[in-house]
Design a protein. Structure first.
Length: 240
């Protein structure tokens, strides 16, 4: 049997060390991604609780997605995020609007989608109303947070949202999800189609976390093809 020389042993040990480093790094990266995904899910569950506390104080109705859209002359851009921010857990507050996996996607944006910015809704909630449009989670504005789907009448600009008691098959109805505009900005709304800027963000290794109307959060792989292809409107539509 051939004996290894010292040089050969050193080379073998070095190769093993390199491979071990690669595997450990990969495992660490996967572990970090899973931790961020879990944190994202927890934050959306906090949003669910806040939305339903808001509804409990408002005759069962969810907040409108953006007042400016429906109210003539409204200049304050009061969005659904601002409406519920006081209901979020005090210890984490508006940080619940920011997904850990998404914040790294916007290094070039100074005051959007960054919880630590002095112009963020986290730092100054009352002053920075506009920044509630630059959060990392979008609400289903097509049916849940407005009448844009025409479920409540022909006037899609009616200042109306769904009543929680009217939601049927809640486990199959989208409430919120990771969101962005498809390029470099966060979004606060999503819809049943991914064209335009109301997209789910596949920021968890080509998957998005989706919060459903019954309060559970699930990972949806390739969300543009599996939910936002225009063929799954029943997952967004509120039954009349």
């Amino acid at each position: 049997m051939k004996k290894f020389t010292l040089v050969e042993l050193v080379i073998c040990v070095a190769c093993v060390a390199v491979l071990a480093t690669v595997f450990i790094s990969a495992a660490g990266a996967t572990g970090a991604a899973k931790a961020e995904e879990a944190a994202c899910a927890a934050r959306q569950k906090n949003i669910y609780a806040a939305l339903n506390q808001y509804a409990a104080d408002n005759a069962g109705f969810y907040p409108y997605f953006d007042d400016e859209f429906a109210i003539p002359g409204c200049k304050t851009r009061i969005t659904w995020g601002y409406r519920i921010h006081k209901y979020l857990p005090q210890e984490t507050g508006n940080r619940n609007f920011f997904c850990p996996s998404q914040q790294a996607l916007y290094p070039e944006i100074r005051n959007r989608s960054r919880a630590t910015s002095p112009e963020s809704c986290v730092v100054a909630p009352e002053r920075n109303l506009e920044r509630y449009r630059s959060i990392n989670y979008g609400i289903n504005f097509e049916y849940v947070a407005s009448n844009l789907g025409g479920w409540a009448g022909k006037n899609t600009r009616d200042y109306i949202t769904v009543n929680t008691a009217k939601i049927v098959n809640a486990a199959q109805k989208v409430l919120t999800a990771d969101a962005w505009n498809g390029t470099n900005q966060a979004r606060y709304v999503i819809s049943s189609y991914h064209s335009g800027s109301n997209k789910m963000n596949p920021c968890h290794e080509n998957a998005a976390n989706v919060l459903w109307c019954d309060g559970h959060v699930s990972r949806v792989d390739n969300p543009h093809a599996t939910l936002q292809d225009g063929k799954h409107r029943s997952n967004f539509r509120v039954d009349k």
